[in-house]
Design a protein around this ligand. Sequence first.
Ligand code: UT7
Length: 323
Amino acid sequence: MTRRAVVVGTGHYLPKRVVENAEFEASLDTSDEWIRSRSGIERRHFAAEGETTSDMATEAALAALKDAGLEASDIDAIVLATSTADLTFPSAATMVQAKLGMTSGFAFDVQAVCAGFVYALTNANALIVSGQAERVLVIGSETFSRIMDWTDRATCVLFGDGAGALVLEAQTLAGSKEDRGILSTDLNSDGRYKDLLYVDGGVATQNTGHLRMQGNQVFRHAVEKLAKTASTALERADLSTADVDWIVPHQANIRIIQGTAKKMGLPMDNVIVTVQDHGNTSAASIPLALSVGKSRGQIKPGDLIVTEAIGGGLAWGAVVLRW
Ligand code: UT7
């Protein structure tokens, strides 16, 4: 028998304001056609003034707790993936802890940019498997609209805000690849590529800074690294792409999503796609896609899922789980 981290609840939150591609045409030399054809994005949500990463994370967490039929007091730990925490410190996770009324347990942020949720899931899994927690809220929440350079058409049209959350629960299962829960993980980073995607501000500059990206360079790395990490994670679980019901990829660009599925030998019918409606929400994109995929009736109990993501660092990875 083995301790597994099983998903028992999902939820998400999207801010009210929806911005269609055409809105950018007024202020930038861009077009709906360019954004759609190069990225697959049609619209994105932006947080309201004063609405923060921890606010959105709390909404997503409450939805996931409701879905799981649990209270905040049933949770031992919060692992929050974000690169846009409300403040430099304390962590956004501790702010969520307070907003949920949790007075016990522990909470921390994980910062691996767009790969953040895969890193957070891996950490949460380790906490559960090692017996340090029974139930963990794993959240991805981002307000990338606060770090955009609105004069840079190559980046500001691509990102959006939002949050998604899962409740993971320890269950003692057979220890076979048929078990529900997280079956394997694979994490990677290579800091030599730090200049391909970064924010030019922070503690060192004493300002928040703006996102800078050499998009076509990141693109070049993405498909190959994502397909490789997905296949490594599948091998670790003694599974292959033939066993996969859903790829739930980081939602940055439809061409990366399609290219990765093709390289893995799976049709787009097996891929959850939300990039058209959310844009790139960084660490929030995978939990958003999982929650939306479940509410659309696509993801069902027992389905085998591979999540994969790459982003600034470069950092990338994959998680294989059975729903
Ligand atoms: O989530 C974290 C990881 N990030 C990613 O995965 C993003 C990866 N990269 C991408 O998604 C794509 O590279 C982009 C969508 C960012 C760009 O697509 P691309 O096909 O790689 O285009 P490009 O950067 O090579 O630019 C092509 C042209 C350039 O013009 P010239 O130099 O060919 O004349 C750009 O200046 O498109 C121009 N361009 C635009 N034109 C209209 C760049 N942004 C825009 C824009 N509207 N918004």
